[in-house]
Design a protein around this ligand. Structure first.
Ligand SMILES: C[S@@+](CC[C@H](N)C(=O)[O-])C[C@H]1O[C@@H](n2cnc3c(N)ncnc32)[C@H](O)[C@@H]1O
Length: 200
């Protein structure tokens, strides 16, 4: 059986279907609707930095981290071109914690859901809590298992609501969990969970 490509290889091959070159509308909606005051923010699995750079433009002090060195190089270049002062760090979040904590806000678009083992998802969530200030929030966009897909069909990893809750609730209080769509350039966008959490 062919092995799965690493994220680094996805970026090397420009095989990055999640890349939309703009902030995800779920993040824009969250920031606009909640009126959250800009503060120190971590973008987990930031990819090439679209969401980090948009947050920085709104006044947030943003650190983006990603395990792909190439994604981080591209994110730094995008930030340089836009003039936004984000910090981008090559960090595997399951192995080490990014500098700059405590953060008031954590965001991830499609990073948490790539963690396959339940124990690792639980550990990921505990680590997000560890770098957040008391009462800090986490907005997480997670592929939704309720969207049926043909065997071998393409799309993001998918989790059920109970899989998300099992991993995250020990460390976070649920503010809201609702169905939404990952922002996309595709004709048929992918169903997701829009999860808003508060650190316990
Ligand atoms: C689906 S991509 C989304 C990228 C970006 N958030 C976006 O919206 O364009 C998932 C990203 O998470 C990163 N990632 C996966 N596991 C990670 C980990 N343990 N630590 C840091 N980054 C990780 C990958 O390298 C990849 O860039």
């Amino acid at each position: 059986m062919p092995r799965e490509k690493s994220f680094e290889e996805h970026y090397q091959d420009n095989d990055t279907p999640w890349e939309i070159n703009r902030p995800d509308h779920n993040l824009v909606d969250f920031v606009t609707r909640t009126g959250l005051p800009p503060g120190p923010t971590i973008d987990l699995g930031c990819g090439t930095g679209n969401n980090s750079i948009w947050l920085a433009a709104q006044g947030f002090t943003v650190t983006g981290c990603d395990l792909s060195e190439l994604a981080i190089t591209r994110a730094r270049e995008k930030a340089r071109l836009t003039g936004e002062g984000c910090v981008f760090l090559p960090v595997d979040f399951l192995q080490s914690l990014p500098t700059g904590a405590p953060f008031a806000l954590a965001f991830d678009r499609g990073c948490f859901h790539t963690i396959e083992a339940e124990a690792d998802r639980r550990r990921f969530a505990a680590r997000v809590a560890e770098i957040l200030a008391p009462g800090g929030q986490w907005l997480s966009l997670v592929g939704n298992l309720d969207q049926k897909r043909e065997e071998g069909g393409k799309g993001p990893p998918q989790l059920s609501a109970s899989q998300v809750l099992t991993a995250v609730e020990p460390s976070f209080e649920l503010i809201s969990l609702r169905r939404g769509y990952l922002d996309s350039n595709l004709a048929a966008p992918h169903l997701c969970w829009v999860c808003q959490w508060r650190r316990r």
